[in-house]
Design a protein around this ligand. Structure first.
Ligand code: 5GP
Ligand code: ZN
Length: 113
């Protein structure tokens, strides 16, 4: 999508250092980290939100979790981490290209605000 921030990051229009990349998934540090480790994982394909996951594209979500635990191992996150997806307005989604936050390096709070 021409106008999408995360499409531009994924396709290199906005130069970004990737923590991980392959032909389907990219991961990069969040610009405004909420934890000592805060990495965003996205599919290269433009999927707007979790509400747009379908039988055809859902394999990409499995791939994101596979990449997340690979990245977690590389960051020595044996003590654990949290993966968050904010979906649409009430979910707190601000970038309309599906992404998963990998948060770690401190105890997370529950319930979320
Ligand atoms: P959301 O609120 O949609 O779940 O998460 C969007 C995330 O994208 C936020 O945590 C925000 O800090 C991050 N973000 C917004 N713009 C940029 C950017 O240009 N580069 C990076 N690396 N992260 C961004
Ligand atoms: Zn996009």
């Amino acid at each position: 999508m021409a106008d999408c921030l995360f499409c531009k990051i994924a396709n290199g229009d906005i130069p970004t250092e990737f923590v991980y990349e392959d032909d389907e998934i990219v991961a990069f540090k969040d610009i405004n980290p909420q934890a000592p480790v805060h990495i965003l994982l996205i599919p290269r394909e433009h999927i707007e939100s979790a509400d747009d996951i379908s039988k055809e594209n859902s394999y990409l979500i499995g791939r994101i979790f596979e990449v997340a635990n690979k990245v977690a191992k590389e960051h020595n996150l044996e003590q654990g981490y949290r993966i968050v997806n904010n979906c649409k307005e009430h979910g707190g989604q601000t970038v309309n290209h599906i992404h998963f936050h990998l948060l770690a390096g401190r105890h997370m709070l529950w319930p979320p605000g």
